[in-house]
Design a protein around this ligand. Structure first.
Ligand code: ZN
Ligand code: ZN
Length: 200
């Protein structure tokens, strides 16, 4: 059983009843996107307050966690400690049934209170993952890597460049240059000569 599953047997059903606890547990897998997220097994600390409501249990959680990723441009490690706030109402199964019967299309996405437990993992995932960047950057204007030598551009002098041109580009540049010269050089004089010849 995941360390993020909380026992609610001792939470009185009477509205307003409160249970507080602290959880310290290794992070589950897939708490993030493929490129940035909480490393599996890193420590999670959660301050949890559960409050009985009419139709479910309100979970208020401050989760202290570590986020690791990599800048997509320069591949530098990105590490950050963050506190993620969860404010989620877990509904009793009968409350979810009621919503479903009323045609609520989102009822399938609602979080349900288990018989004796409540699983904080989906709520934590929902609170964290949408806040993670699709393209993590060490800073917004990270210049990335030199495409030729793979070094970080910001660690290289501003005039860093490589003299060696791709041979395909050299060849293309040569062709274009010759083509233009030929048209300019041959086109007009021939016309002029022809015109003069006709007149004479
Ligand atoms: Zn970067
Ligand atoms: Zn370079």
């Amino acid at each position: 059983m995941s360390g993020l599953v909380v026992d609610i047997v001792d939470l009185p059903r009477a509205t307003g009843s409160v249970k507080s606890l602290q959880i310290r547990t290794p992070a589950p897998a897939d708490l993030g996107t493929g490129i940035i997220g909480v490393p599996e097994g890193s420590e999670l600390t959660l301050d949890v307050t559960l409050t009985s409501m009419d139709d479910g249990v309100l979970a208020r959680v401050d989760a202290d966690l570590h986020i690791h990723g990599e800048c997509v441009r320069c591949l530098r490690d990105l590490d950050e400690n963050r506190t993620v706030r969860i404010d989620e109402l877990y509904l009793f199964p009968e409350a979810i049934e009621t919503q479903r019967a009323q045609g609520d299309e989102e009822a399938a996405d609602l979080l349900a209170v288990g018989e004796t437990t409540l699983d904080l993992e989906p709520a934590l995932r929902d609170a964290l993952v949408p806040t993670l960047p699709f393209q993590p950057l060490c800073r917004p204007d990270c210049p990335g890597l030199c495409p030729d030598c793979g070094q970080r551009l910001e660690e290289l002098p501003a005039d860093h460049h490589h003299e060696v041109l791709d041979p395909r580009w050299s060849a293309l540049a040569g062709l274009l240059g010759t083509g233009t010269d030929r048209e300019d050089g041959l086109g007009s004089p021939t016309d002029e000569e022809g015109a003069e010849g006709d007149q004479a």
